[in-house]
Design a protein around this ligand. Structure first.
Ligand SMILES: Cc1cc2nc3c(=O)[nH]c(=O)nc-3n(C[C@H](O)[C@H](O)[C@H](O)COP(=O)(O)OP(=O)(O)OC[C@H]3O[C@@H](n4cnc5c(N)ncnc54)[C@H](O)[C@@H]3O)c2cc1C
Length: 238
């Protein structure tokens, strides 16, 4: 059983109207040792449990970064933020999850498919691949967003694209009607990727986002030749 660790919030910032970026540091010297791509569970309000993906690679002071959607569809996230603002501390347990880079050693190319704040663990995976592992394989990120302002990591991704020629990313807007000036790709991100890859070969895909997106992607991609072990996500799909 993973033991619980007490963490203090030392940074809390509304990055969009319904996404909060916050950073937690261990209150005592006990910290959660994790691999980029993994998630933790926040325990609050007498036993409520919220899974949260870690957005950064491990650092010396054990700081953990999180990005949390807290609109009306995410009531538990709203309760969590209310508790965090009141107590400024939270118990975390973990790490959990198997979406880690070592799963893709045999891949010729890494594809990352993110939906909304599903970008969170993928940011950590990319930091690990680009900055730690110095991976040189072709890497493509497809980030599905409903609203243009949801592209809150665009500047970081642009800087990586300039710095690392084998890394590229595309934003795919699923609600273009509200952005008449949008000139980029539109539609559901998994359908966009499926059009670009009518037949999968030895790519490995890291997929993270709303359950319905991950499920739809798994079904569509397996119909285009992607084997189960090439589709990496932390959602229980069956
Ligand atoms: C282990 C685990 C960890 C989690 N970690 C986090 C976390 O760190 N932060 C967090 O906010 N939540 C987390 N969640 C909850 C959940 O995954 C997120 O709430 C979800 O990813 C947020 O989606 P969104 O509202 O940003 O996506 P939206 O803005 O609703 O959608 C983004 C894109 O996803 C695609 N999409 C959306 N709906 C569908 C659909 N029905 N069919 C096909 N494609 C669709 C579209 O391309 C759309 O543009 C976690 C859940 C689990 C199980």
């Amino acid at each position: 059983m993973n033991k619980e660790n007490l963490y203090r919030c030392h940074y809390l910032h509304a990055i969009t109207h319904d996404i909060m970026l916050f950073k937690l540091i261990p209150l005592y010297d006990q910290q959660i040792n994790y691999t980029p791509g993994q998630f933790v569970e926040a325990i609050f309000d007498n036993g409520k449990v919220l899974p949260m993906s870690i957005a950064n690679i491990p650092n010396s002071d054990g700081e953990l970064e999180f990005h949390l959607r807290h609109n009306k569809e995410h009531k538990l996230a709203q309760d969590f933020l209310a508790s965090l603002k009141k107590n400024n501390t939270v118990y975390l347990r973990g790490p959990f999850g198997a979406s880690v880079l070592s799963k893709a050693v045999n891949a010729s190319k890494l594809l990352f498919v993110a939906g909304g704040t599903g970008i969170t663990p993928i940011k950590a995976l990319l930091e690990d691949a680009l900055l730690i592992q110095k991976e040189q394989k072709p890497m493509e990120l497809y980030w599905g967003i409903r609203h243009a302002q949801d592209a809150y990591q665009e500047a970081l991704l642009m800087s990586w694209q300039q710095q690392f020629p084998f890394f590229s990313f595309e934003l795919v807007l699923s609600d273009p009607q509200s952005y008449p000036t949008w000139r980029g790709p539109v539609g559901m991100v998994h359908e966009y990727v499926a059009k670009k890859y009518p037949h999968f070969h030895d790519e490995t895909l890291f997929v993270s986002g709303p359950f319905a997106m991950v499920k739809a992607a798994s079904t569509l991609f397996s119909g285009q030749g992607l084997k189960t072990e090439q589709f990496i996500c932390d959602m229980k799909l069956d």
